[in-house]
Write a protein that binds this ligand. Structure first.
Ligand code: ARG
Length: 717
């Protein structure tokens, strides 16, 4: 029977996709993955990817800003990342007169590049397993004392590795603290904007196409890293020169075919592949549905007002995009996990785990309590998880005006101690923030969200999670009337008044704001949240983390002969798979690539998210693709079965020869559950075909001089 099962498994594997679950540690490829990668067609060695003795691909992959990946594509510091990763930089240089978001931006020489204060590129110098050093002198310690000692060791090791600030040294736990790695980065603070396509090309399809296949946007932007004369990091200065990286990616025009080997190098942010069944069940049954319900209400109100008024459409575009991004992913997660029977699969695994530790007394002693503890702790967490999500989605992220009270002091004690010059600085800072806030604020919209979301809070949460005055308000009065009244009476909903207050801020206003009905309501909710929800929520989660650490230790011991990868934690990882389409649902088959013809098909629908500049239409109709096409067709995007997540945006997509052929920017909706459980049949990452990017730079933007810097190989048409 066992043999039969095994045979079925093998047949199953060869019939199904080549999907390759896993985000691998670059220093451990030799041990875990390189053989398989080479069997799948990869022609380089593990040392070519990561080495500290020679230049390797890892020297060409950076952390771009705070949450994205970037790739070096020339010997003069040219950096490739996504348009959506460079978005805020592009936006910061834009104004109504000079709208780089709408029109795109192209520096026609190095002098025209634009500096971006605060933006950095981090290069990984090295990474080392420091588990033993982190656990030094910890043998006899328990719980709290153990954590203190671990933190002490971590701080000391980080400090030493930073060499007096020359490097940024970070130690991160892997496998829930069963392992620790030290990461040493060189941080370059002078990163300049070189080019970005117009949004109509870079974000073509907008939120309609977000998370979806087939996809047609050129989600790229180009920056340049600058260094001092010694090629070392330096703050922005005119005398800085383009950084010469140790390694950069050659770009291949050879394109991709089905079953081609494909690899991503980058910085995936967070996954949770080792959760117990209780956690996955809570996510499917409660956490995701709660958050989706609240966001659906908010997004619907946004939509209505955005359709009715062009001004509101612009004001709320970014808020809408931000909120809908996770909203859409959560929905995909639920669908994907249910399709996989994820909870059932987890339970089966837990049964195996139980059988494993029951084989001897020592293991039994060590792991017996894990599963029952999960049972208890997730039961404890359940009501607090709901309250936590409701407060987050309603009070802290949902109602915009609730963001304002936090700008102002709650009482006058600190204010009294401030010097007059400090007070002036404070007023200026507040005035700027207030100004920014109201630029993207529409009273009608916000008020409607306010009423709708507070009602949900009242109706859906157990009364013990709500402050008495809030409940009373609903019980004693007509809620619609009272909520409107609060909103109308508050100065927070009066932009002109608020501007005046911020410029003349003084003790009198502190006193007045204390009595403002909206401020009062906010503080009452926040106070209740901090005291009665957040504390317990964190406490239970800390206990869960402890149990999870033991559980993980057990899984590692039980599966010691299998390849296990640690959850993503925004450190450099390698993931690989094959170029291939998929079947998203019954009767539908998706091809692995898209073309410019598909863009024209979408344009023809007249949908507002599908508009392109006339110049791109002309390029299409002239069929003159500067040699970037393939058999007369202009490729745009393609998909592969690679395990990726948020943070992989901007990751170079690398072919079997180690050349850059694509740029990762999204995942297909049907596979978004891969953060919790991977499905080789459904999980696909989406990449921009580098040839479409080159067409846009060269033919559309006329910035072909940038191509001269790149190392371009192969050819198509
Ligand atoms: N879904 C992608 C990611 O998770 C892209 C988001 C930006 N694009 C958009 N249309 N909102 O980050």
């Amino acid at each position: 029977m066992k043999n039969l099962l095994f045979a079925l498994l093998i047949i199953g594997c060869s019939l199904s996709a080549f999907g390759k679950e896993g985000m691998w540690i670059p220093t451990l490829l030799e041990k875990y993955t390189i053989d398989e990668m080479q069997e799948m067609g990869f022609k380089l060695t593990a040392d070519d990817i990561y080495s500290i003795n020679q230049n390797s691909l890892k020297d060409a992959v950076v952390i771009f800003g705070k949450g994205c990946t970037g790739a070096m594509i020339s010997d003069q510091g040219l950096l490739l990342t996504n348009h959506h990763c460079g978005f805020s930089s592009i936006q910061s240089h834009s104004s109504v007169e000079q709208d780089y978001l709408s029109d795109g931006f192209w520096a026609m020489s190095k002098e025209e590049e634009l500096s971006n204060p605060g933006l950095t590129a981090r290069f990984l110098e090295q990474m080392v397993d420091v588990t033993d050093s982190v656990y030094a002198n910890c043998d006899s310690l328990q719980a709290g004392d153990l954590q203190l000692k671990l933190n002490e060791n971590i701080n000391r090791l980080q400090k030493n590795a930073s060499e007096d600030g020359k490097y940024e040294a970070v130690i991160k736990p892997l496998f829930f603290g069963n392992q620790y790695f030290l990461y040493v980065y060189k941080v370059f603070p002078d990163v300049r904007l070189v080019g970005a396509p117009p949004e109509s090309i870079g974000k073509f399809g907008g939120d309609t196409d977000n998370w979806m296949w087939p996809r047609h946007n050129a989600d790229f932007a180009i920056f340049r890293v600058y260094a001092d004369e010694n090629n070392e990091p330096a703050a922005y200065s005119e005398s800085n020169v383009p950084y010469q990286p140790r390694k950069w990616f050659p770009i291949s025009l050879d394109g991709v075919k089905p079953n081609d080997f494909m690899m991503l190098m980058g910085y995936p942010g967070t996954t949770q592949e080792y959760l117990p069944s209780q956690a996955v069940e809570m996510l499917i049954e409660q956490s995701n549905p709660d958050r989706i319900k609240i966001r659906t209400a908010r997004l619907n109100i946004f939509s209505k007002h955005m359709k009715a008024d062009p001004k509101t459409r612009i004001q709320y575009a970014s808020k809408f995009a931000k909120s809908s991004n996770s909203w859409k992913r959560w929905k995909g997660e639920i669908r994907g996990l249910n399709r996989l029977n994820a909870v059932e699969k987890k339970r089966e695994f837990e049964a195996e785990f139980e059988a494993w530790y029951q084989q001897n007394d020592r293991l039994e002693e060590q792991y017996r309590s894990v599963l029952p503890q999960f049972d208890k702790l997730y039961m404890d967490l359940l009501p607090f998880d709901r309250a936590y999500n409701y407060y987050q989605e309603v009070v802290f992220k949902g109602i915009d005006v609730f963001g304002l009270p936090g700008y102002f002091p709650k009482n006058d004690s600190g204010w009294k101690r401030m010097s007059e010059s400090r007070r002036d600085l404070y007023r200026q800072a507040i005035a700027t923030k207030i100004d920014e806030f109201y630029r993207n604020y529409d009273k009608e919209t916000d008020q409607e969200v306010f009423l709708k979301l507070l009602r949900m809070l009242r109706q859906d949460l157990d009364p013990s999670f709500l402050p008495a005055d809030f409940k009373e308000m609903f019980d004693r009065y007509d809620d619609e009337k009272i909520i409107r009244k609060i909103y109308d009476k508050s100065v927070l909903a009066d932009p002109e008044k608020m501007k005046e207050i911020s410029l003349n801020f003084n003790e009198k206003w502190i006193a007045k704001l204390q009595k403002d009905p909206l401020v009062e309501l906010y503080h009452s909710l926040r106070f209740h949240y901090v005291r009665n929800i957040e504390l317990v929520y964190r406490e239970v989660n800390e206990k869960i983390d402890d149990v999870q650490k033991t559980y993980m230790q057990g899984i590692l011991a039980m599966q010691k002969d299998e390849r296990l990868y640690p959850d993503a934690n925004f450190t450099m990882r390698i993931a690989y798979g094959k170029v291939q389409g998929y079947e998203p649902r019954d009767g539908v088959e998706y091809d692995y690539y898209t073309t410019l013809t598909g863009i024209m098909e979408k344009v023809a629908t007249d949908h507002p998210d599908y508009q392109i500049p006339g110049k791109l239409k002309t390029i299409y109709s002239s069929k003159d693709f500067n040699g970037f096409s393939e058999n007369g067709e202009m490729p745009v995007a393609y998909i592969a079965s690679i395990h990726s997540t948020g943070g992989n945006s901007g990751s170079p997509a690398i072919n079997a020869n180690g050349e850059l052929v694509g740029l990762n920017f999204d995942r297909c909706w049907e596979g978004t559950m891969s953060d919790i459980m991977f499905d080789p049949d459904q999980c696909r990452n989406i990449m921009l075909d580098v040839r479409y990017m080159l067409l846009i730079i060269d033919k559309y933007a006329g910035a072909g001089y940038l191509l001269d810097e790149m190392e371009i190989t192969g050819n198509t048409d």
